[in-house]
Design a protein around this ligand. Structure first.
Ligand code: FES
Ligand SMILES: [Fe+2]
Length: 397
């Protein structure tokens, strides 16, 4: 395991953070610099995305021994590898020779060893150095000193998380109060049948804040409001590193689709309430889970710059739905693709607005309490209080 030097405080005005941390109803949003200042973005990459558990993809993408995939985690990359015993490993994505990436981020490979593409140093799937070309018999060269740098990795309901700090504690412990909400949907059993990638000209937090409120829905989402009342539902009060809530489906509507009908199969673990609601949760910092009666949608956010975020969106269905002749996931994909683009347009406009030299942090409406939960989680993080570390300490105590 490794540790990184940590800043204790993000480069933001403490008075602005104190305003964000005031009680709900009196607080303000984060200072505009949190959304537009590259120095804050660099701090976040090290302390949020590289400083705790970050979602890097799906277990199904590394299903068999020899599966390898590289993803970015904060400012660096991580190489995931499934070994011969089926154990998943995560390594810092650099070669112990002279530092070449073992795979480019976003790429996959399937082979029984990890081979550096620069001078072909070869590693076992568990990270041990297997062969260093030309070093055989070199006095004083001990392969055991040059294994890959391993990071904590965890699989949770079919999602893979990596702790870039090596110090965030137990992921299941931190998500203990989220687990009972997610478990009935059995995301680990579902099959991804739709996938879109979006490149939004917006800070990652603006996208997340937008996800946490439907105060905007009557203005920009006519399709969504037709199937789900925008003022329905409530938000949860979690103790871990997540924020979320639920909303109702309108009477007669089976799921979130353009006409409210489902062309899939209801998920087998849901009770009557699960079949009438949609749950929206965000595991800090980068994964949004939208749990529908008949499918699970994810948005995985990868920040590329202070004003740019890559969003991978997936739609997963029960295997028995995919086995139906002519099954088409388009009823879910099309609905959310329309809604996503409405959201990204609003978020990109917020980004431009907050880029003004005259921008001032605004207040939150009574309907934006989940935004408040997220903003205060971020603000506490800016002051050096990690959501993950705090939880680990509490669990240990
Ligand atoms: S940098 Fe990987 S083999 Fe040289
Ligand atoms: Fe929206």
């Amino acid at each position: 395991m490794v540790s990184q030097a940590r800043f204790t405080h993000a480069p933001l005005d403490p008075a602005g953070l104190a305003d964000a941390l005031k009680p709900f109803g009196q607080s303000r949003m984060l200072p505009p610099g949190a959304y537009v200042d590259p120095a804050v973005f660099s701090w976040e990459q090290q302390n949020f995305f590289g400083g705790g558990w970050t979602c890097v993809g799906f277990s199904a993408e590394l299903a068999t021994p020899g599966s390898q995939r590289a993803e970015s985690v904060g400012a660096g990359g991580v190489l995931l590898s499934r070994d011969a015993d089926g154990v998943l490993h995560a390594f810092s994505n650099f070669c112990r020779h002279r530092g070449h990436e073992l795979l480019p981020c976003g790429f996959s490979a399937q082979r029984q060893s990890i081979v550096c593409p620069y001078h072909s140093w070869t590693y076992e799937l568990d990270g041990g150095l297997k062969a260093a070309k030309g070093f055989k018999g070199t006095a004083g060269f001990d392969e055991r000193q040059f294994g890959l740098v391993e990071l904590p990795v965890a699989e949770w309901h079919g999602l893979i998380f990596v702790d870039g700090s090596g110090q965030a504690g137990s992921l299941p412990d931190a998500l203990a109060d989220l687990d009972p909400l997610v478990a009935p949907y059995e995301p680990e059993r579902l099959v991804i049948a739709g996938r879109h990638q979006y490149d939004a000209a917006s800070n990652w937090k603006i996208l997340t804040e937008n996800y946490h409120e439907c105060y905007h829905c009557p203005m920009i989402h006519p399709e969504l409001c037709a199937v789900s009342p925008p003022k329905s539902g409530e938000n949860y009060h979690p103790s871990g590193a997540w924020v979320g809530g639920w909303m109702d489906l309108r009477d007669g509507m089976s799921t979130m689709s353009l006409d409210g009908t489902s062309l899939g199969v209801p998920l087998r673990g849901l009770d009557e309430q699960g079949l009438r609601t949609v749950i929206y949760v965000n595991v800090f910092p980068n994964i949004l889970l939208s749990l529908h009666p008949d499918y699970v949608m994810t948005h995985r956010l990868t920040p590329l710059a202070v004003d740019r975020t890559m969003i991978e969106c997936t739609w997963a269905f029960a295997p028995e739905a995919l086995e139906r002749p002519g099954f088409d996931p388009g009823y879910a994909v099309e609905f959310w693709d329309i809604t996503n683009k409405q959201d990204w347009g609003a978020c990109e406009s917020v980004q431009r607005g907050l880029s003004s030299a005259h921008a001032i942090a605004g207040p939150l409406s009574p309907d934006e309490d989940a935004v408040y939960q997220f903003v205060t989680m971020v603000a506490r993080g800016y002051t050096g209080e990690s959501a993950w570390a705090k939880r680990a300490v509490a669990a240990a105590g």
